[in-house]
Design a protein around this ligand. Structure first.
Ligand code: NI
Ligand code: MN
Length: 225
């Protein structure tokens, strides 16, 4: 499979037959290397309801008929807008035709702000484990460091872990170094930094301090797994 980073927390997974996007925040994401009307996912996975994660989900899903997989309350909200969605919840896994998804805990918030400013609370935020073609990706979503990341590392052979390092809203680099050690992925990739001034970080410094293998991915850069 081919795994491409598109800036912020946006990850694209291309398997043999499916195009899967995680947290497609494209419009308004100054780091993103693509336009929202150029992407053609058949699946969108969402970690939580914040605008910098839901991003262009509504427009994309309406155009491509992508299935949106999200924590239950967020999935129900998305379904209320006429979009095909699959609700899940933390600790639950499901084998889809295109891969296995398990939601993990994340310590954060989850709400969606509509165009008129109405705030809709969208339940619990999550991280996710995605497995297809024998490879497992952990996308931590937005989260603090939590000690059960040790369990994620012990119980899963994670090939690539995408961990937030931006600080302020999520783990900063110091906590993410510990997270990376606990998750012990084959490759650790920092995300959720430098999109906004408040989450400015040096990803190269982070990677240089890792005790596990790491890599800074530039927007548009891909890994072959
Ligand atoms: Ni968030
Ligand atoms: Mn965020």
């Amino acid at each position: 499979m081919k795994v491409t980073y598109h800036g912020h927390s946006v990850i694209e997974i291309q398997t043999e037959k499916h195009n899967i996007w995680i947290d497609p925040f494209i419009s308004g994401n100054k780091l993103c290397d693509v336009e929202a009307d150029q992407v053609n996912p058949d699946v969108i996975l969402l970690t939580h309801g914040h605008g910098d994660h839901v991003g262009d989900t509504f427009e994309i899903a309406k155009r491509t008929n992508a299935l949106v997989v999200a924590p239950n309350e967020l999935a129900n909200y998305i379904a209320s807008k006429g979009i095909d969605s699959h609700p899940m919840h933390i600790g639950g896994g499901y084998q889809f035709e295109w891969g296995y998804v398990k939601l993990t805990q994340a310590f954060h918030g989850s709400s969606y702000t509509e165009e008129d400013g109405t705030i809709i609370y969208t339940g619990m935020p999550a991280g996710l484990l995605f497995t297809a073609e024998g490879k497992t990706i952990y996308h931590a979503g937005d989260t603090a460091l939590f000690s059960d990341m040790k369990l994620i590392g012990e119980r899963n052979k994670v090939d690539v872990a995408f961990l937030p390092i931006g600080d302020n809203f999520t783990m900063g680099p110091e906590d993410a170094l510990t997270a990376a050690e606990w998750i012990n992925a084959g490759l650790t990739v920092p995300i959720h930094y430098n999109t906004f001034p408040i989450i400015k970080q040096d990803p190269n410094d982070f990677v240089s301090r890792l005790n596990v293998k790491g890599k800074v991915m530039e927007p548009g850069e891909a890994l072959e797994l």
